[in-house]
Design a protein around this ligand. Structure first.
Ligand code: ADP
Ligand code: MG
Length: 700
């Protein structure tokens, strides 16, 4: 890339050091190139006006024309706001500002037409628009406004420095004319010609200032392709490299541990899918090349035992194995399950989490280092520096999309030879997401549930039917079953959520009084031995109801629990709801999932409830989730960095992704190490992206 694009952002006219700092902090814009790559996330059709009476909350934005009939300053201190009333021939709507009231007062004149642009929302039965864009209708720039006016992402801090969408648009208007012939091509000619893509320069111009919808579409296609293509190229290149050059341990034989477990101690017959996956892994670990495999399977499909049997392969060849879980509770659960399963085999196994005390920790570390310990189960405490293995051969990561690529790499480096790695996803991941998040891994799927499972019945109730739900819970308890009641936990409002939970606990205690009923409670703020105590009481069947936050989301296994009640279900994402539902339906009894919500639901929330009631299939749920939320919002994916996509959208751009992967595959097949002259442009771009990607870490 030419030097000009690397010019520090503060040199652009209209920016300077102060705004430059904010752009860096808020949007990671350091150079001209970064600003050029800040693409509009939407285009507003400024030729179209809405009438006030036609406004509804589902509209992403509306453009209105009318007069300001009155303004006022309301509220005090933090609730202070400036309100202007906009009237057209169909009604009146409130325009609200929480900042800049002083500046706004007296700015609006009566009897003059204004053009207002913003997102409508509803508050106490009335629509309003907060912080809209307001222009004089007579303003030339409004009249001249293109049909496609770009809208840029911004933040509150940026807005306070005049860098709202419009402010950023002004910067682009300064920058882009300076870039004539300074934007280098980033794709090889062969690809551009074959797929008739726009040149990089033209695409960049059109994306910011589209001349017409057709050119905009082409610009989007070109830039989306490029973005996805380079991700795929990078992933496939590293996969290729690993497959051909990274040596790992050969697990030559299946020995005593695997065989005696398989022949004598399996608690049940494996499903065909489980057997197939074990074979796939067996082939990998025999090959001499490092295995990197993603294991997908719905909740309850039996991934744990598969991972255990693979760890036994390592042990049979005198290697250690480790299993890493995203939360302490889950690590503990794995430890209990696995210790039980391997009891007859005389294997040494320990649990290492953040709450293991110094003395015990020392001993564990010692035993790992000298090889006394064969299996270690833990949280990311396992990634910490003093953890040294004697000969780690196999790593299982139970991941819930929580560990990023960087962390996976960290475990690789613990050893001279990298161990084989099996990544298990807690709920299914849609294909496009898997292809991007885990595109460098091979994939195995357990597509079959253990026999005899009755499909869980999912029912959606509004809060008004709460008593009916309680009645049902009592019937189930009378039948000897146990019940989970789960409350949402959203990090920003931890206090509030705890209050919710405690209130819920109190009212449940009234409905289900002692001594007839016993209730356990579990939340993230509890000490770990208290958590343990409550959990065990429920596991042992000493309590009937477990009231909990989402800390029980993953891994908990109590087959006698047959009802999952989810409070404020509208506040959960689909994959989380599905994961929670997967906590029941593990025994022989008919199980139920009850989704309690308020009466009024957003369109998205309705779809989520309907999807949950319609299907038990995690892959289907995951697809709907991706469509609804877009990949950026799916749990944990933010940390992975790889999904900081600037323009492509994995929910919508599946076809472009397929093409990008196909083209990358073809190129690497013909030139695996990218040595050919015509491919040097690819190498340059990969290097450039590696540099910029370092910013991920900072962001996360
Ligand atoms: P997940 O894939 O969600 O991690 P688990 O490994 O926790 O699922 O397994 C869910 C439950 O199913 C466990 O109680 C486990 O013992 C049981 N299970 C696993 N495989 C089988 C099988 N082949 N037949 C019967 N039960 C099984
Ligand atoms: Mg599991």
């Amino acid at each position: 890339m030419s030097n000009f694009l690397d010019t520090p952002i503060e040199y652009l006219k209209g920016i300077g050091p102060q705004r430059g700092d904010i752009l860096k902090k808020e949007l990671q814009i350091f150079t001209y190139y970064d600003l050029l790559s800040l693409y509009p996330f939407r285009y507003v059709d400024r030729s179209k006006f809405y009438k006030i009476k036609d406004i509804n909350e589902e509209l992403p934005y509306v453009q209105l024309k009318g007069k300001i009939i009155r303004t006022e300053l309301l509220g005090e201190k933090f609730a202070k706001r400036f309100v202007a009333y906009l009237k057209d021939d169909t009604g009146v709507i409130e325009l609200v500002w929480f900042q800049g009231a002083k500046w706004l007062e007296g700015k609006f004149k009566p009897d003059i037409e204004y053009v207002v642009l913003g997102k409508p929302s509803e508050f106490r039965g009335k629509y309003n628009i907060t912080h809209p864009d307001v222009d004089l209708a007579s303003d030339e720039s409004v009249k001249l406004n293109a049909v496609l006016q770009p809208v840029y992402p911004s933040t509150e801090k940026l807005k306070s420095k005049g860098l709202d969408s419009k402010g950023i648009l002004k910067l682009q208007e300064v920058l882009i004319p300076q870039l004539q012939h300074k934007i280098e091509e980033t794709l090889p000619d062969s690809i551009i010609n074959q797929y008739k893509f726009l040149s990089k320069e033209l695409a960049c111009k059109q994306i910011h200032f589209p001349e017409n919808p057709e050119l905009l579409k082409k610009a989007e296609l070109r830039l989306k392709f490029e973005e996805l293509f380079y991700i795929q190229l990078k992933l496939l290149k590293s996969k290729h490299f690993r497959k051909n050059s990274v040596q790992s341990f050969v697990f030559e034989k299946l020995g005593h541990y695997f065989n005696s477990f398989f022949n004598e101690h399996l608690p049940f017959e494996l499903t065909n899918a489980q057997k197939r996956v074990i074979k796939e892994i067996r082939n990998d670990v025999r090959s001499g090349k490092q295995m990197n495999r993603l294991l997908q399977g719905d909740v309850g499909s039996g991934k744990t035992i598969v991972s255990l049997m693979c760890m036994l392969m390592a042990l049979d060849n005198n290697f250690q194995a480790c299993l890493m879980a995203p939360t302490e509770i889950l690590a503990q659960q794995h430890f209990i399950t696995i210790s039980e399963l391997i009891k007859p085999l005389g294997i040494t196994c320990a649990l290492l989490t953040g709450s293991v005390k110094t003395k015990a920790r020392k001993e564990i570390l010692q035993n790992l280092a000298d090889g006394t310990l064969q299996i270690i189960i833990g949280t990311h405490a396992l990634l910490e520096d003093p953890v040294k293995f004697k000969n780690l051969g196999f790593v299982v990561i139970d991941e819930q999309h929580r560990f990023g690529v960087a962390q996976r790499a960290k475990l690789h480096n613990k050893n001279v030879n990298p161990p084989h790695v099996l990544v298990m996803s807690a709920t299914p991941i849609p294909r496009t997401l898997a292809m991007t998040l885990y595109g460098d891994l091979d994939t195995s799927v357990i597509d079959e549930l253990p026999p005899g499972r009755k499909p869980i019945q999912t029912i959606h109730y509004t809060d008004a039917k709460r008593l009916r739900v309680y009645g049902f819970m009592k019937e189930q308890i009378a039948l000897g079953r146990q019940i989970y009641v789960v409350y949402p936990l959203i990090e920003e409002s931890e206090k509030l959520d705890l209050k919710n939970l405690m209130e819920g606990y109190d009212s449940l205690s009234e409905q289900f009084p002692l001594p007839e009923y016993r209730i356990s409670i579990l939340h993230g703020r509890m000490e770990s031995d208290k958590k343990d105590f409550e959990m065990q009481a429920f596991v042992k069947g000493q309590t009937h109801i477990m009231v909990a936050t989402t800390v029980i989301e993953v891994g908990v296994n109590v087959p006698n629990a047959s009802v999952m009640v989810i409070e404020n279900a509208e506040r959960f994402g689909l994959s989380q709801l599905h994961q929670l539902r997967g906590r029941v339906g593990r025994g022989a009894d008919q199980s139920y999932c009850m989704l309690l919500t308020s009466f009024k639901l957003s369109q998205d929330a309705k779809v989520r409830m309907e999807t949950m009631c319609r299907t038990n299939d995690g892959f289907e749920v995951a697809e709907v989730d991706l469509q609804l939320r877009g990949p950026g919002d799916i749990e944990g994916t933010q940390q992975s960095g790889i999904l900081n996509l600037k323009i492509a959208d994995l929910a919508k751009d599946q076809q472009i992704l397929q093409l990008a992967r196909q083209v990358a595959t073809e190129i690497l097949e013909a030139d695996p190490q990218l040595l050919k002259t015509e491919n040097q442009i690819l190498n340059r771009q990969l290097i450039r992206q590696n540099k910029t990607n370092i910013n991920w870490g900072k962001v996360a």
